[in-house]
Design a protein around this ligand. Structure first.
Ligand SMILES: NC(=O)c1ccc[n+]([C@@H]2O[C@H](COP(=O)([O-])OP(=O)(O)OC[C@H]3O[C@@H](n4cnc5c(N)ncnc54)[C@H](OP(=O)(O)O)[C@@H]3O)[C@@H](O)[C@H]2O)c1
Length: 280
């Protein structure tokens, strides 16, 4: 006997403890939406690598914010299972320049883009630039605190985006019609060199922090010495090559198209994060 899936207006947010997911949960709840905040350590336990956690996370969900794992293998089975369980809309978090990086890089995000395009229900893909929050709660936090951020960027500037803007965009895409089949590039309002971004943070934090330019070989060696897995080294290498080539450097209009306002700038982020003690 087949049963018709029961759907409601519940929204399953994956990566709900992460930089965009956590903010998206807040935005949706402030709007009065019913949200399942899911991740390995989230309110609802969801693990990409433990399929037994999937059915309970999906039960009753009508829409999913999809933050892909690094490993592409579980992505398509999850999307298929979600549609079978009654999900009617996906918003997949991808990355700026996904169409400009070599095949095989960021395989999880690529699998997510492909799986939602093929899934037969509504989908939207968002491709943000590097997050402003990477400096204060992500991979660059420890180096920034230690006073030296060293990357292989060249002189290309980066229009860093506020993760709060990504969350607000995702909330609109999850809860309103008219975005099916769209791919939105999302960035901040202005492109800054990493040197200028680090100077802004140093000034806001009131401590010396320097940006050091590495050649790609030196950067790979630093990552490997820090125990970063080889596939992540490859992904970062591909991303920084795309950045050096200038493929991610132009500000994009996705935030304005979805929210009808300009995205938030880097200086405001640095001041806010410094006041909250990110670098103290
Ligand atoms: N950071 C950027 O600048 C940037 C830019 C463009 C695109 N992206 C993409 O955005 C995605 C997330 O990056 P992020 O920087 O936002 O990372 P993040 O803040 O560390 O968030 C990752 C989230 O995924 C969850 N998670 C990790 N492993 C999981 C697993 N096995 N099963 C279920 N949930 C898992 C984590 O929660 P638990 O630990 O509780 O499971 C966390 O909520 C990545 O695909 C990245 O490539 C990032």
């Amino acid at each position: 006997m087949t049963t018709t899936p029961k759907t409601s207006d519940e929204i399953l947010v994956l990566g709900a403890t992460g930089k965009t997911g956590r903010r998206l949960v807040d935005v949706l709840r402030k709007q009065g939406r019913t949200v399942r905040a899911a991740s390995r350590s989230g309110e609802v336990r969801f693990d990409w690598h433990d399929r037994e956690t999937w059915p309970a996370a999906l039960e009753g969900a009508a829409a999913v914010y999809l933050v892909a794992p690094d490993d592409p293998a579980p992505v398509r089975p999850f999307v298929e299972q979600a549609v079978e369980a009654g999900v009617r809309r996906f918003v997949a978090l991808s990355g700026r320049g996904m169409d400009r990086i070599p095949e095989g890089a960021f395989a999880g995000m690529a699998a997510a883009e492909e799986a939602v395009r093929d899934c037969g229900v509504e989908w939207t893909v968002i491709r943000p630039n590097n997050f402003q929050q990477n400096f204060g709660e992500g991979d660059w936090l420890d180096p920034v605190r230690a006073g030296r951020l060293a990357l292989p960027i060249g002189s290309a500037p980066e229009p860093f985006i506020d993760a709060r803007d990504i969350a607000e965009v995702a909330a609109v895409l999850l809860t309103s019609d008219g975005h099916h089949g769209q791919v939105y590039d999302l960035s901040g309002p202005e492109a800054l060199t990493f040197g200028a971004a680090v100077e802004t943070i140093a000034a806001a934090a009131g401590r010396p922090i320097r940006y050091e330019e590495l050649v790609p070989e030196e950067y790979r060696a630093e990552l490997r010495a820090g125990g970063v897995p080889e596939e992540v080294v490859g992904d970062l290498d591909a991303m920084f090559a795309a950045m050096r080539a200038g493929h991610l450097a132009e500000p994009a209009d996705g935030v304005r198209r979805v929210l009808g306002r300009e995205p938030a700038g880097f200086g405001a982020y640095a001041a806010r994060a410094a006041a909250a003690g990110a670098w103290s």
